[in-house]
Design a protein around this ligand. Structure first.
Ligand SMILES: Cc1cc2nc3c(=O)[nH]c(=O)nc-3n(C[C@H](O)[C@H](O)[C@H](O)COP(=O)(O)O)c2cc1C
Length: 148
């Protein structure tokens, strides 16, 4: 059983549903989870954790407002995440040139903190994907052996 911190970036609420669906699947697999809808770096455990980042993209490839402070703090911190692992789900719209750019950028940022990426980014396209929650849950189930 792993301890999983689910960190959510969302403006309009859609990504929160994806995160909650992931939490349900992770709990069903026996993992302990904490959801962070207003993430603050100082309050998120960093030792021997799995961080699951679920974030949409807004503006022209920007982070959602609720996650901007977290990203800023992480960027400027010398946080060592080498005992932890992470994975990212991006929610976006492929009609934008900056499709899921916030998710792509946060994936790069967390890697600079010596955190091990468990699975490469999952992108969900609101233009095409009819049931993003189900796709996210299937993705977790497919990779469940890597969550430890
Ligand atoms: C003003 C605005 C700007 C957006 N910019 C982007 C973008 O740059 N890249 C992208 O992939 N999606 C973009 N989107 C699409 C959102 O990421 C998409 O609608 C997503 O489902 C919103 O998730 P949320 O409800 O969790 O905020 C934008 C949407 C809006 C309304």
């Amino acid at each position: 059983m792993a301890s999983i911190q689910i960190i959510v970036g969302s403006m309009l609420g859609g990504t929160e549903y994806v995160a909650e669906a992931c939490e349900q699947t992770l709990n069903d697999l026996g993992h302990q989870t904490t959801l962070h809808f207003q993430p603050q770096l100082a309050q998120i455990p960093t030792e021997k954790q799995i961080w699951l980042i679920c974030t949409s993209t807004h503006g022209a490839g920007d982070y959602p407002d609720n996650i901007k402070h977290f990203v800023d703090d992480l960027t400027h911190s010398d946080q060592d995440l080498s005992t932890s692992k992470f994975l990212v789900i991006g929610v976006g719209d492929s009609s934008y040139d900056t499709f899921c750019l916030a998710a792509k950028n946060i994936e790069k940022l967390i890697e600079t903190k010596s955190c091990k990426k468990i699975i490469s980014l999952l992108t969900l396209d609101m233009q095409q994907d009819i049931d993003p929650e189900d796709l996210a849950q299937q993705w977790i189930l497919k990779h469940q052996d890597l969550l430890y």
